[in-house]
Design a protein around this ligand. Structure first.
Ligand code: M6R
Length: 599
């Protein structure tokens, strides 16, 4: 949550920061701000306010040459999203300026112990950090003052710091929150996400936890120095930038979400390519070995990734015959269940930065449990810190509502479980290709879904019902609809409705049924009949082999195990068009952020 970006180089720094903030806005969009060093005025100028980056740009004074700047886009934790609480924050004597992504857990203790004579102007924990640096700078060199501060801070932080006495330097530090250093001959960029480095860096370095970085503009160019908290130089890993500008644009679509929905068939094909050679699927033998010797599997994730985990549980049990449990990360972190004799853990996360999952990872590492992360970001914290990692290659997912990452996670986990299975019940290549074609068919027919939504979905509430893996898809469908349309929606096990919840069904309540599995299709249809009798307005989504004449959306067949890849698509379109009809901010729904880096 929150995005930070900083620049020191030959380009106009405020341009780099503003365009970076647009790219990072998916991480939080309550308020934003920028501070740059104006060479003309020889002073640091700050613009910050509630609301979006475009609002900040409206009042921005572009008439300043500047080559050093930091910026922030916020998802509020401490203090409401107001102008005063927006970043950057300045220390009481005005020397230091800071932006921060993360949460400082001991900010209150710090205030009491070191800063009782400081007058704070915001309600943020961040202001404590910048004042603590100032406090130590009275007796220490700047680098020592920052490192001393880091040794006291508890919690998560990615920090960019300006010292008004050194206008050729940018300082940074990180613990638990992501931070990357983008390296180019003409300047250095620091950002929470690689997207903000596109166009400004040839290579980048993911910063390690508890490290301090100093960037300096010298006569010979731009140099950086990376050390740990005690000042010991650390080894860094330089990664070549492989993202290009086109991958992070909307490509003519009205919203990122629609673009990402439409990209899903190609995500499946890309994964097939990445994980096969000459038509034969392949995954790192060490991962296959580790999983084969597990007595049971625990999948841990949050939100949409947790729903992908539920589908994967089905695969692990049916294909690989390994007992599997799925856990909500925020629950597992503090209420660990009995784990079994030789458990293996799979963490699923699009971003690879989710704080709830990181808390689980830390506990599991301490207990020396083996772990695999399945993620869309190969360089993310969870990917780096687990024993093994598998990338889903979905490409940048920018809409807050996750779509193509879900399909990517399910596809990769399907391939993994297929390789673990002795039986090879079907031709995976052929079935995945069929699934991609079936996905394409419904995407091409999206205007029909748009009309259906107009006729049947109302504003106040909605139900999705299904059984088995269709029930899991219903949970994901419900999350998507409520997340972007704000319509109260439940994903329900169809057979469970009659045990209480059916009391909520009355005339015109929308109920969407998902029916893809032959052995339970009749049961779900009976449950559908029960709600129709009570006046519900229904939409039925089925696969061809279990369809009825009157079904509203009939999807082209693929193997029954692969149906979740296809049946989720109309539900994403239902969510998208419902939100569009209601005039919602589809890519940036209220109260949310893409990367949830607070617990
Ligand atoms: O990055 P992660 O996959 O770990 O994120 C987990 C959830 O926050 C995420 O899936 C969230 O539920 C989505 N916004 C749903 O569309």
């Amino acid at each position: 949550m929150c995005g930070i970006v900083g620049y020191l180089g030959q380009k106009k720094a405020s341009d780099v920061i503003l365009s970076g903030l647009h790219k990072l806005e998916y991480r939080g969009y309550d308020s934003c701000g920028i501070t740059f060093y104006s060479e003309k005025k020889d002073t640091f100028i700050t613009h910050k306010d509630q609301g979006r980056v475009r609002h900040l740009e409206d009042d921005f004074d572009y008439n300043h040459d500047n080559h050093l700047a930091i910026g922030h886009t916020r998802w509020a934790t401490h203090g409401e999203p107001t102008q005063l609480n927006s970043h950057p924050h300045r220390s009481a004597d005005g020397r230091f300026i800071i932006v921060h992504n993360g949460v400082i857990e001991n900010y209150h203790e710090i205030k009491v112990k070191y800063l009782d004579n400081v007058t704070f102007t915001s309600e943020t924990d961040t202001e404590v950090i910048v004042n603590l640096i100032e406090h130590f700078s009275k007796s220490l060199q700047i680098s020592e003052a920052i490192r001393k501060t880091l040794s006291i801070l508890e919690g998560s932080y990615a920090l960019l710091i300006l010292d008004t006495e050194h206008t050729n330097r940018l300082y940074a530090a990180k613990n638990k929150s992501p931070l990357l250093l983008g390296v180019a001959e003409n300047g250095m960029t620091m950002a929470s996400d690689v997207m903000a480095l596109v166009g400004h860096a040839d290579h980048y370095i993911p910063l390690e936890d508890k490290t301090y970085t100093e960037i300096t503009a010298t006569n010979d160019g731009f140099v950086y120095d990376m050390v740990d908290v005690i000042g010991k130089p650390i080894q860094t890993k330089m990664i070549k930038m492989d993202l290009v500008t086109e991958e992070i644009g909307k490509a003519g679509y009205a919203h990122y979400m629609l673009k990402e929905i439409c990209e899903q068939p190609s995500v499946v094909r890309k994964i097939m390519n990445r994980y096969s050679k000459n038509g034969v699927f392949h995954i790192d033998e060490n991962i296959i070995q580790a999983l084969s010797s597990a007595s049971n599997i625990h999948i841990i994730a949050a939100g949409t990734s947790m729903h992908a985990g539920l589908i994967a549980k089905h695969y692990f049990e049916v294909l690989a015959e390994i007992p599997t449990q799925v856990h909500i990360a925020s629950e597992f972190a503090y209420n660990m269940p009995l784990l079994g004799e030789a458990p293996f853990f799979i963490l699923i996360s699009q971003s690879g930065e989710t704080a709830d999952l990181r808390a689980c990872l830390v506990n599991l590492k301490e207990a020396h449990h083996p772990m695999l992360t399945v993620t869309n970001v190969g360089t993310s914290t969870l990917a780096r810190e687990a024993d093994y990692s598998l990338e889903i290659f979905a490409g940048p997912e920018i809409a807050v509502a996750s779509t193509k990452a879900y399909v990517g996670q399910v596809t990769v986990l399907l391939i993994l479980t297929f390789l673990l299975s002795d039986k090879k019940m079907f031709d995976l290549n052929a079935e995945l290709s069929k699934a991609a074609v079936s996905m394409e068919a419904i995407i091409d027919n999206r205007d029909y879904v748009r009309q259906l939504v107009k006729d049947r979905i109302i504003k106040t509430s909605c139900f999705y019902i299904g059984r088995g893996i269709d029930y899991y898809t219903c949970m994901e469908a419900a999350l998507k609809l409520k997340e972007i349309s704000y319509i109260q929606t439940e994903g329900f096990a169809a057979g469970e409705l009659k045990h209480g919840t059916i009391a909520l069904i009355e005339k015109d309540i929308p109920v969407v049924a998902i029916i893809t599995q032959e052995h339970i299709s009749k049961n779900t249809r009976s449950n559908l009949q029960e709600v129709i009798t009570r006046g519900a307005k229904t939409i039925t989504i089925s696969m061809k082999h279990v369809s009825n004449m009157k079904d509203d959306i009939v999807l082209m067949d693929t193997h029954e195990l692969l149906t979740p890849l296809v049946s989720v698509i109309p539900t994403q379109l239902i969510a998208y068009y419902s939100a569009l009809n209601l005039g919602r901010d589809i890519d940036k729904p209220r109260n949310l952020a893409k990367s949830v880096t607070v617990e």
